[in-house]
Design a protein around this ligand. Structure first.
Ligand code: G6P
Length: 617
């Protein structure tokens, strides 16, 4: 949600910032801007509504910004519409200090009033501008340098922020800070490149410092080299560790693919192999999860699991609920993190909360885990982004290891989340009710899934052609039973997110209780019906839809001939044990959504109104 990139060094800043912004564009793309301090000591700011390409055109027209200190931002609007005037960077009253911000300043109305009383007016509708003006006002008192003014301003702020600030009065300094929104500082021999996301840094360095909440870094580059000072907002110096980034440039490049989403769908066999690597001991019938081994006893004795997340991660959680009950025989429930955190939830002894998140930064999921922790729950993370806030605040966890996900519509992360939850269920189940042979059988089948996904992916062109027949329809249903109910939800969400087609997912039996009224001639109804315990019931539901003119798109087992008399279109998946079927049945739905969006002419990687990582409530 919004992207920040900031540079201080010896190279021309503008090109570097624009390149970084493009890598961050998946986080927000309704407006963008850049500020650079020129050699003449003048602060230049250029902003534009729309994509980063619009900002580039503007820079081409009005002339580029010379200088080697600058900050840049790509925005996903929260306060105020996505206009040029609301775009970041925002400047202080003197026009000599500029700031970019991710997050939300919750007390901005009170701060705006405080500033107005001091004669400082804000000209945009944003919460961010208030912070820029406040830093400027404190700086103007003469009591603070830039670092001190930032610290003092942040002491007055409630809310969440990651910020980068520069001042024409201190042209060899940049100040960055964070609370609740990520901020990473890349270190090279001659420069610092700070960003909200590692993808804007990795092309330059893999050596990074990650700020913690309420920390500020003063970055300076002078004749004597680079210097970094990290402190709290109360100006207490803190030490910092330099870490190695775990992502590579290749992982975040598009390569031969038209879109990141397609790339990430297609690389799922490899992603799954990576998620399983080192975690399977078939001979002993055991799952090896180093990140939770210390807590194994607590997990085995747990009386209740609460799985929480938002969006796709919540769908993975719902699958986790089925997996935990089925394989580990332990009560489990799934909660939207946004509801859980405010519901006065009951946490009894033996409750374990599992926070599921690709980014590890989703505000509601983070708040839910803090709430559960405060109430005495053990908290586990199922997270993709290594070192992210959720991964750091949980007691223990299991990383997905599927590599960075750039496409806004989540695909390989969902696969990774379901894989890890399956492993967790087997890990606990083996210590409770499952025998070594049972676990070995599941593990053997799990290991075969990457190749089986490969075979499903080969249907991509066929799926594209079949989608073309129904892509003009504006209402779809996705139905499944048991393990396929959460997959139906995920399939409907994918279609909604990127093709803007209205789609609903639900348990197949629930359709009769209302939604069946929607079915008319030719309405696409996607049925998840691989062979399994509820296959016959799914066929009955298919007949109910057919009788009302619905067009059946079935996800069915490879060797299922019976389905042919009921379905208009069939996408095939290999036969595996029921708990593992979602890992395969979700793949055709991802491709279906992708092809529908492309055929409707939408920008698959930048769907309207969405953001990859939602760091505000
Ligand atoms: C946003 C994204 C979804 C994602 C959800 C949770 O809504 O667009 O794709 O599933 O946030 O994100 P997380 O990073 O916590 O998995």
């Amino acid at each position: 949600m919004c992207g920040i990139v900031a540079y201080i060094g010896t190279k021309p800043a503008e090109a570097l910032l624009l390149e970084g912004l493009k890598r961050l564009e998946y986080r927000g793309y309704d407006s963008a801007g850049v500020a650079v301090i020129g050699a003449d000591g003048v602060l230049n700011v250029v902003r534009a509504a729309g994509r980063i390409s619009v900002l580039e055109e503007k820079l081409d027209e009005r002339g580029h910004l010379p200088g080697s200190v600058g900050i840049a931002h790509t925005r996903w609007a929260t306060h105020g519409s996505p206009t040029e005037n609301n775009a970041h960077p925002h400047v202080d009253a003197s026009g000599r200090i500029a700031l970019v911000h991710n997050g939300i300043i919750e007390n901005y109305t009170a701060l705006r009033k405080y500033l107005a009383d001091k004669g400082v007016e804000c000209v945009s509708e944003t919460d961010t501008e208030v912070l820029a003006k406040l830093i400027g006002q404190l700086h103007a008192t003469g009591h603070f340098d830039l670092e001190g003014a930032v610290q003092a301003a942040l002491r007055e702020v409630t809310g969440a922020y990651a910020i980068a600030v520069i001042s024409a009065d201190e042209p060899d300094v940049m100040v960055v800070a964070r609370k609740g929104s990520p901020m990473i500082i890349g270190l090279t021999d001659h420069s610092f490149i700070a960003a909200s996301d590692a993808s804007a840094i990795v092309a330059h360095t893999t050596q990074v410092v990650t700020l913690d909440d309420y920390q500020v870094a003063r970055l300076s580059v002078g004749k004597d080299g680079c210097d970094i000072r990290t402190s709290t907002i109360d100006n207490v110096t803190v030490s910092r560790d330099v870490e190695e980034l775990e992502i590579s440039l290749e992982q975040i490049e598009l390569g031969e693919y038209a879109h990141y989403m397609l790339k990430e769908i297609m690389e799922q066999p490899r992603a799954l192999t990576n998620a399983l690597r080192g975690r399977i001991d078939k001979r002993e019938g055991r799952v090896v999860l180093g990140g939770i081994s210390e807590y194994a006893r607590d997990l085995v004795r747990a009386r209740r699991f609460i799985l929480t997340g938002q969006g796709t991660a919540w769908h993975a959680g719902l699958l986790g609920e089925y997996l935990f009950e089925d394989l580990a025989k332990v009560p489990a429930e799934t909660e939207y993190a946004s509801e859980f955190r405010y519901r006065n939830p009951i946490i009894e002894d033996g409750t374990v909360l599992v926070a599921i998140s690709q980014s590890g930064e989703t505000a509601d999921t983070l708040a839910a885990l803090r709430e559960a922790k405060d109430r005495g729950a053990r908290v586990l993370g199922v997270v993709n982004a290594v070192g992210s806030t959720i991964s750091r605040e949980t007691d223990a966890g299991v990383y997905l290891h599927v590599g960075p996900e750039i496409g806004v519509a989540s695909t390989k992360a969902f696969l990774g989340q379901v894989t890890v939850l399956t492993l967790l269920a087997l890990f606990i189940g083996r210590r409770r009710y499952l025998g070594a042979d049972d676990v070995s059988r599941y593990l053997e089948q799990l290991e075969a899934i990457p190749d089986q996904i490969e075979s499903v992916l080969k249907q991509s062109d066929y799926i594209r052609d079949e989608v073309a027949k129904v892509v003009d329809r504006n209402n779809w249903l996705f139905l499944g039973r048991g393990y396929h109910y959460p997959v139906a939800l995920e399939g409907a969400l994918k279609l909604k997110e990127i093709s803007y087609i209205h789609a609903e997912g639900m348990p197949a039996a629930e359709m009769k209780h209302g939604p069946i009224a929607l079915i008319d001639e030719g309405m696409p109804v996607v049925f998840l019906a691989p062979h399994g315990s509820q296959y016959d019931k799914a066929i009955s539901n298919i007949e109910e839809v057919r009788a009302r003119g619905g067009r059946i798109i079935a996800i069915a087992s490879e060797n299922d001939t019976r389905i042919e008399q009921y379905a208009d279109t069939i996408f095939r998946v290999p036969d595996v044990a029921e708990p593992l079927q979602p890992l395969l049945s979700v793949i055709p739905l991802q491709l279906l959504a992708y092809h529908a969006a492309v055929q409707r002419g939408h920008d698959v990687d930048k769907p309207r109104n969405l953001a990859k990582s939602v760091t505000v409530e």
